[in-house]
Structure formats: structure tokens, C-alpha cells
Design a protein around this ligand. Structure first.
Ligand SMILES: Cc1cc2nc3c(=O)[nH]c(=O)nc-3n(C[C@H](O)[C@H](O)[C@H](O)COP(=O)(O)OP(=O)(O)OC[C@H]3O[C@@H](n4cnc5c(N)ncnc54)[C@H](O)[C@@H]3O)c2cc1C
Length: 470
């Protein structure tokens, strides 16, 4: 097997240790963020729509429900704090794709990919319009994104892409300067960068202004729909919510609908944030277009600039724990942070001496088809969307619209999509999932060391539609 560019050109280990030495385990986006605190729910309430989960999916669902019909009583019930989970700790790449990228879309929904691309772009445009209309202070920058080739075999893939602006060799390094870059493909319109923590906080503010009631520290423990004509009963620690309709927006956390418990697995993704770059440091990279960047192997890094010119650097390792366990202790993983820091310094050796100020991790809801799926249960009164697999910043808004369409009982362009009507294969019970994920990770790592060639194991999993990605 060949070595990757990161293994062929490792930095001095002392530089890696020094870069990480002063970092804090804390989510940069939430650190010191000025955001509203909401009360816990107590007593009882009758509502038109109850939304479970206060991340982007839940907040968009509540906001769009109020925009569709301001007379509705809408509540959001959040187990901890609004935006504390994936929505507050992601990379902030707000991407148009609804299928976790073009290749996955071609493989799984070839017959409607054009339509999905159009709907995805429309969704991103509407996010941009909403940010402007409601004056959401979220550092929204429609910069587009760069896919960069760091190995020879990746160059052709980018050259052959049907859309985007292709840069090769020195032309690529004039855009963003890394000795690892062989080529790059800039997609100018399909991605915006935003501040994830502010996005959650500002969506919550917009919800409140629209009349939504938000409750934090309110874990919904169960849903009771025994009586088909009576409201759905949501059981919380200090009372009951009686709802005509319910939208479940609980992402990687165990679904309140048992039948969907095996449709996602929680996967940990790790992130580093540098201190702000000086003018000279930034000039040494270029990056005038401030695009989001991702390299193109199976195990990939994503990185971007913040408003104060730090670099966020995340990805590569995707870690699953036996039994799908979620524990805050799993967010500390020294070997992964050291690997990320080393790969950073291989990519930008001109930044030797830089320090990381923050390190953190978050959980992704991986589905076996790598993009969200939709469920409607309990006589059409409970909708569910999950499975964004690491690409939900924009797609969660589309999912919110799908759930509201479904709960209204109307047929819309969205509800008719195969993407919405079909379901992914569930993951098998343990120990098979753990063994399968480890085998897939081994296969993906092997492919990255073999000019991207997918071995028998990955091809078999591809063929049966059971995959693993982040
Ligand atoms: C490190 C990391 C980097 C990422 N980077 C990107 C990126 O750059 N671009 C991109 O598009 N996507 C990215 N993602 C994915 C993206 O963040 C998610 O797809 C998106 O935030 C999902 O939003 P959500 O509202 O569905 O889930 P979450 O934000 O996880 O919210 C779910 C909420 O439900 C609550 N909840 C769960 N169960 C209950 C219950 N029983 N009762 C009450 N509340 C409950 C939880 O407390 C939580 O707040 C990343 C994810 C991670 C972890």
C-alpha cells in the first residue's frame, strides 16, 4: 500500500505538540456566545405542533410552521440547551446538496438527481434570503467551496467534473497555497459559510419573535398515541404536552419511535480551531476568496476561515463506539487531535508555530444511505427526519419543510420524491454494526492508500446499499 501525502510529509512532532499544548476542550462557536436561556417545561399545555429537539431541524420546523400559519401554537422541547449538539459544533459549511454530495446522489437517486439539485439550491437560496430578511447575525458568506486534490489519482476526478472552475498546479496554489495541492475545483454557488452557534441562537430568536415557545432542560421521555382521536401525549419530567401534531428532530439521539432506532448510528467527528492568523500568516496562504475547503479522499479534512481569520480544521477520523453509545468523555481523543494537527501542518507548513485555541468533537447521525430519511407514524400525526450524516446545516431546513408537508396531509413536490418516500436499510443489531463499521473504516483507509481503489468489502457494501461515511 502507498503512503498518503500526510504520511509522506509529516511535520516535526515537536511542532504538533506545541501547537496543541495550549488548546482547551471547548466548542469555539459556543464559547462565550451571548444567547438566550429558556425555562424548563412544567405543568400541561395543549398545542397545535410540538417539536422535539432544539437543533437546526427543530428550530426550522417551528419557525416555518409559524410562517405558514401564525395562528398555530407551537412549542419546542429541548433536552438540554438549544444548539448545544451538532448544530452548535459543526464546521458551518452550509451546502446545497440534499444527497450528501453529487456522487452519492448519482448512486442512489439517479432518476431525480436534477430535481434534487434544483430543490437543494432553492433551499440554500431561501436560507440566504431568510438570513437577510430576518437580519440573522450569523456571519453568512456565500463563498462557495473548493474540493482539492492532494494525490495524483484525485486530479482526474476533479478535471472531469461537469460543473465548477478547475485549477491545476500553480494556478491552484495562487488561490490557496499548500504544497500538498495538485489541483482544485471551485464550486462558486453551492456552499455558504456561517457561524454555527450564532445560527442556532439566531434561529431561536426568530422563533421567539414569531411566537414559538421554547423550553430547555426538557427531555421528552415518551410519546403516547393510544387514542387515535385524542391529541398525542408527550411525557416530560415535569408535565405533559398534548399536541395535534409532533415533529421529531432528535438527530443522532435515540429515536422516540422504536422502529427507527437502528436507522442511524452516532459517529464522532473531531475539530480543531487555531488562534486568529496575523496579516502575514494569512498572506502566506492567500485564500482571498475565503471558500470552504475539503480534500477528496474517503477520509477527508474540511477547513475554513472564521470572521476573525482563525482556521477551523476538522474531519478525517470518524469514530463509532460499541452499542452506539454517546458520552461526553468520548469527545477527548488525544491521538485523533494529534493526527489532525499533524495533517494541518503538512497542509500549511508556512504556519509552523501556530497554536490551536480550541478542540472539540460532536456526534453525527450516520444513515446507511448517507443522507436524511423521513418517516410518518401514528396515523400521520408524528413526523420524523434524521440521518443527515455530517451534512445537515442546510439540509435540515429542507427536512423541516418535508415534515410540515407530511403533517399537513398534503401532497407536494417534496412529499412525492423517492428521497422522501424510500427508507435506508437499518444497521444490524450489535455486535454486527460495530464489526461492520470497523471493517468499513479499514476498507476506506485501505482505499485511501491504494489510489482510491475500493476493495471487495466496500464494493459489496456499496452493492447492497449499506454504507458508512461521515
Ligand atoms: C463536528 C461536526 C461537524 C459538522 N460539520 C458540518 C458542516 O460543516 N456542514 C454540514 O452541513 N453539516 C455538518 N455537520 C452536521 C450538522 O451539524 C447536523 O447535520 C445538523 O446540525 C443536525 O441538526 P439537528 O437539529 O437535526 O440535530 P442536533 O443539532 O443534534 O439537535 C438535536 C437536538 O435534539 C435534542 N434531543 C434529542 N432527544 C431528545 C428528547 N428525547 N427530548 C428532547 N430533546 C431531545 C438534543 O438535545 C439536541 O439538541 C457536522 C456535525 C458535527 C458533529
Amino acid at each position: 500500500m502507498g503512503a498518503t501525502v500526510f504520511e509522506r510529509n509529516p511535520p516535526d512532532p515537536r511542532l504538533v505538540a506545541e501547537a496543541l499544548a495550549g488548546s482547551r476542550r471547548s466548542v469555539f462557536w459556543l464559547d462565550g456566545l451571548d444567547r438566550q436561556r429558556f425555562p424548563a417545561f412544567a405543568g400541561s399545555a395543549s398545542v397545535d405542533l410540538a417539536v422535539v429537539g432544539g437543533g437546526y431541524t427543530g428550530l426550522w420546523t417551528a419557525l416555518l410552521a409559524k410562517e405558514r400559519d401564525p395562528s398555530l401554537r407551537v412549542v419546542v422541547l429541548e433536552a438540554k440547551r438549544v444548539g448545544w449538539a451538532a448544530s452548535g459544533r459543526n464546521g458551518g459549511f452550509c451546502e446545497a446538496t440534499l444527497t450528501h454530495g453529487e456522487v452519492n446522489g448519482e448512486n442512489r437517486f439517479p432518476q431525480e438527481l436534477e430535481q434534487l439539485d434544483r430543490l437543494g439550491m432553492q433551499n440554500l437560496d431561501e436560507i440566504e434570503q431568510t438570513v437577510a430578511r430576518l437580519e440573522l447575525d450569523v456571519e453568512f458568506e456565500r463563498t462557495g467551496s473548493f474540493a482539492v486534490a492532494v494525490e495524483e489519482y484525485q486530479v482526474e476526478e476533479l478535471r472531469e467534473a461537469e460543473e465548477g472552475v478547475f485549477f491545476e498546479g500553480a494556478a491552484m496554489r495562487t488561490e490557496i497555497d499548500s504544497p500538498t495541492y495538485l489541483a482544485g475545483l471551485w464550486s462558486p454557488r453551492d456552499t455558504a459559510m456561517l457561524h454555527p452557534g450564532k445560527m442556532a441562537a439566531e434561529l431561536a430568536r426568530a422563533c421567539v419573535e414569531a411566537g414559538v415557545e421554547i423550553f430547555e432542560d426538557t427531555m421528552v421521555r415518551g410519546i403516547d398515541t393510544e387514542l387515535p382521536t385524542a391529541p398525542v401525549v408527550l411525557n416530560t419530567p415535569a408535565g405533559f404536552v398534548f399536541a395535534e401534531r409532533v415533529a421529531l428532530a432528535t438527530n443522532a439521539f435515540p429515536s422516540l419511535l422504536k422502529r427507527y432506532r437502528l436507522h442511524t448510528v452516532p459517529v464522532y467527528d473531531y475539530v480543531l480551531m487555531t488562534e486568529p492568523l496575523s496579516t502575514e500568516q494569512l498572506a502566506s496562504i492567500g485564500w482571498k476568496g475565503r471558500q470552504g475547503v475539503a480534500d477528496t479522499a474517503n477520509q477527508f479534512h474540511y477547513y475554513r476561515l472564521t470572521a476573525d481569520n482563525r482556521i477551523l480544521w476538522g474531519g478525517y477520523d470518524a469514530i463509532y463506539h460499541y452499542g452506539g453509545r454517546i458520552r461526553s468523555g468520548y469527545e477527548e481523543r488525544p491521538a485523533t487531535f494529534a493526527k489532525l494537527a499533524a495533517h494541518f501542518l503538512t497542509t500549511f507548513p508556512q504556519l509552523a508555530g501556530i497554536r490551536f485555541s480550541h478542540r472539540w468533537a460532536g456526534v453525527i447521525d450516520t444513515s446507511s444511505r448517507f443522507c436524511a430519511f423521513y418517516g410518518l407514524a401514528r396515523q400521520g400525526r408524528v413526523a420524523y427526519a434524521a440521518g443527515f450524516t455530517g451534512l445537515g446545516v442546510a439540509a435540515t431546513r429542507f427536512a423541516a419543510n418535508v415534515m410540515l408537508d407530511q403533517l399537513s396531509g398534503e401532497t407536494t413536490e417534496r412529499t412525492e420524491l423517492d428521497l422522501v418516500r424510500s427508507q435506508p436499510l437499518p444497521f444490524p443489531p450489535e455486535p454486527a454494526t460495530y464489526a461492520g463499521v470497523q471493517a468499513s473504516r479499514w476498507g476506506l483507509n485501505r482505499a485511501d492508500h491504494s489510489d482510491g481503489r475500493r476493495g471487495l468489502l466496500l464494493r459489496t457494501l456499496d452493492a447492497v446499499g449499506l454504507g458508512f461515511d461521515s
